[in-house]
Design a protein around this ligand. Sequence first.
Ligand SMILES: *[C@@H]1O[C@H](CO)[C@@H](O)[C@H](O)[C@H]1NC(C)=O
Ligand SMILES: *[C@@H]1O[C@H](CO)[C@@H](O)[C@H](O)[C@H]1NC(C)=O
Ligand SMILES: *[C@@H]1O[C@H](CO)[C@@H](O)[C@H](O)[C@H]1NC(C)=O
Ligand SMILES: *[C@@H]1O[C@H](CO)[C@@H](O)[C@H](O)[C@H]1NC(C)=O
Ligand SMILES: *[C@@H]1O[C@H](CO)[C@@H](O)[C@H](O)[C@H]1NC(C)=O
Ligand SMILES: *[C@@H]1O[C@H](CO)[C@@H](O)[C@H](O)[C@H]1NC(C)=O
Ligand SMILES: *[C@@H]1O[C@H](CO)[C@@H](O)[C@H](O)[C@H]1NC(C)=O
Ligand SMILES: *[C@@H]1O[C@H](CO)[C@@H](O)[C@H](O)[C@H]1NC(C)=O
Ligand SMILES: *[C@@H]1O[C@H](CO)[C@@H](O)[C@H](O)[C@H]1NC(C)=O
Ligand SMILES: *[C@@H]1O[C@H](CO)[C@@H](O)[C@H](O)[C@H]1NC(C)=O
Ligand SMILES: *[C@@H]1O[C@H](CO)[C@@H](O)[C@H](O)[C@H]1NC(C)=O
Ligand SMILES: *[C@@H]1O[C@H](CO)[C@@H](O)[C@H](O)[C@H]1NC(C)=O
Length: 437
Amino acid sequence: MDVSTKFLVSFVTFLLFIFSRAQRSNSTNKNSIELGSSIVAGTNSSWKSPFGDFAFGFYPLVSTHYLVGIWFDKIPQKTLVWSANRGDPARIGSTNNFTVKGQFLLQHVNRTSVLIDNEFRFTDTILPGQTLNMGQMLFSNANGTQDYSTGQYKLEVQKSDGNIVISAFRFADPGYWDSKTNSNTSVRLIFNNKTSFLYAVNGTHNIFNMTTEVPNPVENYYHRATINDRGNFQQLIYLKEGGKDWTVIWQAITQPCTVNAICGVYGFCTSPDNSTVNCSCLPGYTSFDPNSLSKGCYPSVAVDFCAANANSSASNFTVEQIQNADIPNNIFFDLQRIDSSDLDSCSKEVMNDCFCMAAVLIDSVCYKKRTPLLNARISIPETSNRVTLIKVPQVLQEDKNDSPSRVVLIVEGQHVPYLLLCLQLLLSIIIQHFVIS
Ligand SMILES: *[C@@H]1O[C@H](CO)[C@@H](O)[C@H](O)[C@H]1NC(C)=O
Ligand SMILES: *[C@@H]1O[C@H](CO)[C@@H](O)[C@H](O)[C@H]1NC(C)=O
Ligand SMILES: *[C@@H]1O[C@H](CO)[C@@H](O)[C@H](O)[C@H]1NC(C)=O
Ligand SMILES: *[C@@H]1O[C@H](CO)[C@@H](O)[C@H](O)[C@H]1NC(C)=O
Ligand SMILES: *[C@@H]1O[C@H](CO)[C@@H](O)[C@H](O)[C@H]1NC(C)=O
Ligand SMILES: *[C@@H]1O[C@H](CO)[C@@H](O)[C@H](O)[C@H]1NC(C)=O
Ligand SMILES: *[C@@H]1O[C@H](CO)[C@@H](O)[C@H](O)[C@H]1NC(C)=O
Ligand SMILES: *[C@@H]1O[C@H](CO)[C@@H](O)[C@H](O)[C@H]1NC(C)=O
Ligand SMILES: *[C@@H]1O[C@H](CO)[C@@H](O)[C@H](O)[C@H]1NC(C)=O
Ligand SMILES: *[C@@H]1O[C@H](CO)[C@@H](O)[C@H](O)[C@H]1NC(C)=O
Ligand SMILES: *[C@@H]1O[C@H](CO)[C@@H](O)[C@H](O)[C@H]1NC(C)=O
Ligand SMILES: *[C@@H]1O[C@H](CO)[C@@H](O)[C@H](O)[C@H]1NC(C)=O
């Protein structure tokens, strides 16, 4: 396998990195990739790295399509670490040709062939020996081992300032975790192949440590660092002999609800144990897909609070309170900030401002929020003692003497008569979790 210098920062270099020992030891080694050879999706054929730890080939998906990728081949999970076509899986019978020119060509069935990008791009994982330079990034998968296409989260060593930032990039999110290494130059995120430590350096100094401890000897483990579909950047190990699964040894996020947009627009995040994520909808909102609450929620009923006849009369809605909850965002994204406020006056602000659907009271400051609402959460201790206030339409009033927290929502016009009774019951249960009145 002869590689000329023009591929220096290329995909082939990355492959050489994984397959390096084959190249060094013996060029006629059976494990190296022969010029002019090819493999076919669906035949289980792949090119293996020298000791068989990694394979490069067609990776089968649950969708019965294939990704051209590299995976840990000796473990039952066959964990994928990189793929060339994550958003465009190939069908059975597609071929991957290593041409005599030293290029990889993906020949889709019944489609024109595509050159596998010479510019190597990481997907969601880095391995020991690799570094992320300024401007380079990792993108999470959409859904674990089910959907490897690009998901919601990005880790980037920012070109602008050297800060390492994790963000929900589809929402123009400024980030929910960072290394605070801004104002440095020549920053690189290193995954050291001797110590298996992850850390950041600038030109001269170690400026940020991630890993604190790795079990010894490190050669007895497989190592990877991955940004997952929950927006967490984690370092994981797998015992080579007799290991059963990946174990997390370091992670950026220790409270899952601090990940921005995790429950989607109008979603509400709680975590009973700092490990599982419980997504629900804010009061007055309904989930798009009850099986996938991260897709977010929409208003259960469309009300024009600013219509002339609405008259901003408080009788059309209530303002619900959620204790110990916040809707944090960058302060410049708020609609308005009112100092020297309290629960009463903050509530009135939400009531009397027809543009405002929510506010959060922190100490004596009332932050009125822009819509659509994102990042609503309970994440103790950060959100302790904060009160979230949500405007909830009160479309049908049962009885004027009823407690103000009793609300009935209409889900969709035509089913209303049948749903009303059930909804009333259901909502009175749900609302108990949100309302303290
Ligand atoms: C490479 O391997 C072949 C066959 O296994 C062997 O004949 C040859 O001597 C080896 N060459 C080197 C440089 O080790
Ligand atoms: C691929 O390997 C799996 C498991 O080893 C086997 O069940 C399957 O029949 C193989 N498929 C082909 C086309 O060889
Ligand atoms: C790729 O390899 C296969 C099998 O060797 C061959 O049939 C096909 O023509 C090749 N495709 C290209 C574009 O070189
Ligand atoms: C490819 O196209 C041919 C002719 O249009 C068709 O007969 C064949 O079924 C197609 N193959 C696949 C896998 O779709
Ligand atoms: C570790 O990485 C360095 C630089 O990339 C390389 O020279 C060295 O051979 C690697 N060591 C091991 C054990 O892979
Ligand atoms: C570089 O990063 C370190 C570590 O976070 C920080 O203390 C320092 O202020 C940054 N900037 C410079 C110019 O050193
Ligand atoms: C690297 O970090 C050190 C320690 O924070 C700092 O003194 C130095 O100015 C930084 N150098 C560059 C080039 O950012
Ligand atoms: C990171 O850890 C190394 C070794 O333990 C230490 O020398 C270095 O000062 C640490 N860097 C920072 C920024 O704390
Ligand atoms: C989650 O972690 C934080 C910080 O470590 C801690 O204060 C909080 O009590 C934990 N919450 C739960 C539900 O375990
Ligand atoms: C999830 O959160 C909702 C709203 O806070 C709560 O009603 C429900 O009991 C929680 N579910 C679990 C399993 O914790
Ligand atoms: C991820 O895939 C699983 C299994 O197919 C599915 O149950 C789940 O709803 C999916 N999650 C998302 C967020 O789409
Ligand atoms: C608000 O309530 C008033 C009186 O109850 C009613 O006339 C008006 O139509 C309501 N507005 C909306 C937008 O529901």
